[in-house]
Design a protein around this ligand. Sequence first.
Ligand SMILES: NC(=O)C1=CN([C@@H]2O[C@H](COP(=O)(O)OP(=O)(O)OC[C@H]3O[C@@H](n4cnc5c(N)ncnc54)[C@H](O)[C@@H]3O)[C@@H](O)[C@H]2O)C=CC1
Ligand SMILES: O=C(O)CCC(=O)C(=O)O
Length: 409
Amino acid sequence: MGKTSLDKGKIKFLLLEGIHPSAVDVLRQAGYDNVETLSSALQGDELKEKLADVHFLGIRSRTQLTADALAAANKLVAVGAFCIGTNQIDLQAARQKGVAVFNAPYSNTRSVAELVLGELILLLRGVPQKNAAAHRGGWLKSATHSYETRGKTLGIVGYGSIGSQLSVLAESLGMHVIFYDAITKLPLGNAQQVGSLKELLERSDVVTLHVPELPSTKWMIGAKELAAMKDGAILINASRGTVVEIEPLAEALRSKKLLGAAIDVFPVEPKSNQDEFVSPLRGMDNVIITPHIGGSTMEAQANIGLEVAEKLVRYSDNGTTTTSVNFPEAALPAHAGRDRILHIHKNVPGVMSAINQIFSDAQLNVAAQYLQTDEAIGYVVIDTEPGGASKVLEPLRRVPGTIRARVLF
Ligand SMILES: NC(=O)C1=CN([C@@H]2O[C@H](COP(=O)(O)OP(=O)(O)OC[C@H]3O[C@@H](n4cnc5c(N)ncnc54)[C@H](O)[C@@H]3O)[C@@H](O)[C@H]2O)C=CC1
Ligand SMILES: O=C(O)CCC(=O)C(=O)O
């Protein structure tokens, strides 16, 4: 009986952007030794060339996995986004190619919330400008525009994992928390949901943004929204660079409409630590600028490495897609003593009957079958007798509508 699955040693993993070594440890322990790691992101043709023989790809936020890049990745089985955001990946194109995408939705939540909390305390005290002046030999000892957090109103836009965790931390400082979200959310502690972004902007001393990059959040904060904020308020953005228009923000800071800002994410970010950071905010003492490090703590990165690598191993070892962000979710039992075949297809009528007919024609018993679908694709996993996969794999690949069929190791 011919062997139809790829040996683990031949399954190639490429991990970009300095993903934490905890990921490699997980992969090696699971028997995957063919792992290449790079400390930087790849772009354009360089990325496409590398992707040609890769089965599993790991990235963070810098690598743009466009439809064009995915078109060059003919062996790609799954992508691990070792972060929360997946806006850098064309999720639809990946799905249509049968490539499952996984992320780490919670591992750096606390890190972002803590950074924002620290920044709002420093900004309310005017520390960034006092610190900058002192480095130049100045001495700004003054209480003017210096405030405690206690009793101030924190406005959180996007009350998801990060926003709600920040809410709890801020209340412990005695802040009054209000939030705006696209959907109704359970308020934690004494926080209150408000009905509009405008109301939140008008009432908050500090506004902080924790929404994903979506068409509905693009340039959510521009000149009109900045004008609606309280005089002397503070803006913090550690979500995505497309949420805030930078030129109007710079103007609001220059005119002293805003007391200060902390910005971690930018519409255009340097591709590597060697590239120059260009922004109208450069040189403004009342702005804390950080290089997209909201989630960059040792704890978060180690946890993300484990979490995402484990998801990739589970998918590779037994086909489980639970928590995938673009794929039908299937939680599968072990398949010891059986051949397991994965068939990913367009969700059109007739595919399942064609698949079952192939097993019937080959006189192969189906030991177990699991099917999950979404509006675009179907994901069926079939267990059969040892050696059975080689009898049906090629006919399965010829079923009209098939995107990909393969046998697990
Ligand atoms: N700076 C950094 O290093 C990091 C940045 N992030 C960014 O933070 C974002 C938020 O992370 P989580 O809290 O984990 O996400 P989440 O998905 O748990 O929460 C997002 C919230 O935003 C709300 N939302 C979506 N569209 C909205 C709209 N148009 N108006 C108002 N609310 C809207 C959602 O309903 C949800 O409650 C991520 O998508 C990512 O882009 C995440 C981690 C690290
Ligand atoms: O650490 C990174 O590369 C990206 C962090 C981030 O923005 C995210 O998790 O969405």
